[in-house]
Design a protein around this ligand. Structure first.
Ligand SMILES: NC(=O)c1ccc[n+]([C@@H]2O[C@H](COP(=O)([O-])OP(=O)(O)OC[C@H]3O[C@@H](n4cnc5c(N)ncnc54)[C@H](OP(=O)(O)O)[C@@H]3O)[C@@H](O)[C@H]2O)c1
Length: 355
């Protein structure tokens, strides 16, 4: 689908997944409605939405305030029509997000369901169905991207639509966009990233003298680590993000098997203190180093000199550094203390398509 630049365009969206990211994305659409109309001539109309318990639609546009209210109250969108006007009008309630995507006409799918690294579901099937129907897809869900990047991007190409996923790497940091758009024409000799908040937070806590176990408990208490944080602390979350960067920015057909992965579970306070005496700070760095053929991909605790752009990032920051042949060394960082920037990445992707 060509880029749409005409004024007063209404873009019909299906939003699947209304958790931390999904409902905040709807709140952003509510808050930004006037701005988006005035600045870009765009109206985003949500014609269908789904959570784990059901899906609802309205071709004339759902009431986003009501949906956000339901989700903030811990309820399901399947209560939407019931609450509004008694029995659900026929054809406007669905058993699943996939039914919704198959049945309802829309211009773009905004996919924000949980990550699955086993099969990419439920996001992967919905993305395939949307692309087949010539809908654009925007998503911060890294599961389908790391498992089926080539299939999804090829399907999008064949259908003449786009799949954009700037929220899959490092929350709201535009790491992918900087790499893909702003480094046009460059050879990237080296990419370094801190794409995982949990490990950055834990290492920052350890630098103040907490043990690994104490720092992990602090991260869990603050809500920046899952109860099962093994994917983060063992380095796999960073590895997944490195693979997505490798495929989308470096253009290499990488997989998780190509990444040498070491997490932070073996680190001690003594390791951090020893690094400090040498003027270094240990971070969990995801690196792609250009070789004669392709890139060497690694995730490992790395002692960085204090002059390194990633060294002084706090435990609530993520960052990326691109070493290029023609643009010098470009770095970017984000301070993300709550999930709004991550939720906003779906708006950024939509504006890439439509603004
Ligand atoms: N949170 C962040 O800061 C962040 C940052 C970057 C990227 N992401 C990515 O964004 C995505 C969403 O994250 P999140 O934090 O919002 O997750 P979350 O809070 O767990 O919310 C997941 C949402 O998906 C819904 N859901 C679960 N299974 C579903 C199904 N089969 N069909 C339709 N909806 C289903 C859940 O429904 P219920 O409401 O009924 O439970 C919930 O609304 C994930 O892929 C995550 O990796 C998150």
């Amino acid at each position: 689908m060509p880029k749409i630049t005409k004024e007063n365009t209404t873009v019909r969206l299906i939003v699947s997944g209304l958790g931390n990211i999904g409902w905040r994305f709807l709140q952003i659409l509510i808050d930004k409605q006037q701005h988006l109309r005035r600045r870009y001539g765009l109206t985003f109309q949500v014609v269908g939405t789904a959570d784990s318990r059901g899906a609802v639609a309205d071709p004339d546009g759902l009431d986003l305030v009501r949906i956000v209210g339901l989700k903030k109250g811990g309820r399901s969108v399947s209560d939407y029509h019931t609450e509004m006007a008694g029995p659900t009008p026929p054809g406007l309630a669905f058993g699943s997000a996939l039914d919704l995507v198959n049945e309802i006409d829309a211009d773009a799918l905004c996919e924000a369901t949980p990550v699955s690294l086993d099969d990419g579901e439920p996001g992967l099937s919905c993305m395939r169905a949307a692309l087949r129907k010539r809908m654009h897809v925007v998503t911060p869900n890294k599961g389908p991207l790391v498992l089926a990047y080539e299939e999804l991007t090829e399907l999008a190409r064949i259908k003449g639509v786009e799949i954009l996923f700037c929220g899959t790497v490092a929350g709201g940091l535009p790491a992918i966009n900087v790499g893909r758009r702003d480094l046009a024409g460059a050879t990237i000799d080296r990419l370094e990233a801190l794409p995982n908040l949990t490990t950055s937070f834990i290492l920052a806590q350890m630098a103040t003298g907490l043990s690994y176990e104490e720092a992990l408990a602090a991260a869990q208490a603050q809500g920046c680590a899952e109860a099962d944080s093994s994917l983060d602390v063992e380095g796999w979350d960073a590895a997944i993000k490195l693979v997505i960067l490798a495929k989308s920015v470096l253009g290499v057909p990488a997989s998780l098997d190509d990444v040498s992965v070491q997490g932070i579970t073996g680190l001690t306070i003594a390791d951090l203190q020893e690094a400090e005496t040498k003027g270094r700070v240990i971070k969990l760095v995801a690196t792609a180093q250009r070789q004669e053929e392709g890139y060497a991909l690694t995730v490992a605790p790395t002692p960085l000199p204090l002059s390194h752009p990633l060294a002084l990032l706090s435990g609530q920051q993520m960052g990326v550094v691109y070493h290029t042949d023609i643009y010098g060394v470009i770095s970017a960082a984000i301070l993300e203390t709550e999930p709004v920037p991550s939720a906003a990445t779906m708006l950024r992707d939509l504006l890439t398509l439509y603004a």
